[in-house]
Design a protein around this ligand. Sequence first.
Ligand code: AMP
Ligand code: ZN
Length: 495
Amino acid sequence: MAISDYRNLKIYNSLTRQKEAFKPINDGYVGMYVCGPTVYSNVHLGNVRTFLSFDMVYRYFKHLDYKVRYVRNITDAGHLENDADEGEDRIAKKARLEQIEPMEVVQMYTVDFHDILSKFNFLPPSIEPTATGHIIEQIEIIKTILEKGLAYEINGSVYFDVLKFNETNQYGILSGRKVEDLIHNTRSLDGQSDKKNPQDFALWKKAEPQHIMRWPSPWSDGFPGWHLECTAMSTKYLGEHFDIHGGGMDLKFPHHECEIAQSEASCGQTPVNFWMHANMLTLNGQKMAKSTGNYILPNEMFSGENEILSKAFTPSVVRFFMLQAHYRSILDFSSAALEASEKGFFKLMDAINLIEKLPVSDTSSGFDVTAWKDNCYKAMNDDFNSPILIAELFNAVKFINQIKDGNAEISKEDLDFLSSTFNAFTFDILGLKNLSSASNEDGDKLSDVVEVLIKLRADARTNKDFALSDQIRDQLAAIGIQLKDGKDGTSFSSN
Ligand code: AMP
Ligand code: ZN
């Protein structure tokens, strides 16, 4: 069977609220747009989960031999503190607080984002466009929406006219909200806003004198509304009508709802066939979020430096932990859950590393590898059900361990089949990296050794033997282990 024969994928479409057979607009090609990060702070583990869900989706489409164009943007302007078009630009605010240029903020956190994602073994998207690189395209869309009479200009700002749009289209189609309810539930305008109606949203905002992120436009020196960049970039690189648009559940409203409205207003058609939304990572039962302080950073996972954590975890273990939940389920983070995932992960890796060493027999007994492979595809074809896939992988782990113990047999042909299928699902599709429990134990021992050296260095400092303490620090740095002195003692990280 050719890989493309397994293309009978069903995807849960947030727009229709049901699973639907996936049929690409152009046979053999997939166009996918995913909202990227707003680069004003370090990505937290919650953000990573959403991007990981779409990394898995991208990997699976590639595996099925589709030609995929995956566009994931960088939001480097226009995202205000408050989703209702109020407050300071998040990046400009950070720049003001740090006394640096906004583009320094953007650069710093874009580099961090890429660094974290590469540690988690993400595939880079095909195109990673930025909002600031597409101001002209955004202005052109605003002009079209104004020409169609679905937006209005007031005092140099342009707003989308939701009520007017709703006369001919359905605002709220994605999130299930009704305009009448929005009118009742949206807080009335406080007189500060130029909007005709509170549910209208900004396409262009005139910049206040102190707002430094500004561009010329026919209406004012200003900046685009947050939702517009994704309409501009997805249309530019994937066309007016494309296959998949993804993002975290919290972006459904208003961000994605507004994207649909903008596209329908400017292009006259619905932009996306499949809307996919990844569910949230929670901590203590609450959504992980920078704004509430309820979050954990990826680097804290890798170093173990956070009081929530019992130990450090490698990126593949964290990745595995997340993939053990379906992307549409809420996943609650805890150190204990991570420890359980770590055990499972190394059990899986140890079995994989055993495959090549297994004895072969003339025939196989006790396990149907062909049916197993079909079940693996069935799991992924059912709306990317990675937990079911992982359960299938563990069925094969059981078989591998039975062969090792002499309680089952496998032919050479089946062994090769098992090995290639295992590798495809574990490494290509789930994106895990091959590590053995032995290497993890070595890692734990290394940590213990470094802790001994940290203790010796602390003793040297107490004895005012700074030459020795510096020597310990510098020689560890020379082999890639950095010591960091903090108020709770010394910790280390390695590269
Ligand atoms: P932002 O940089 O705030 O625009 O968020 C980037 C992405 O992370 C968006 O798709 C969000 O929906 C997603 N996201 C934010 N918080 C979480 C969370 N706690 N769990 C999963 N995804 C999240
Ligand atoms: Zn977006």
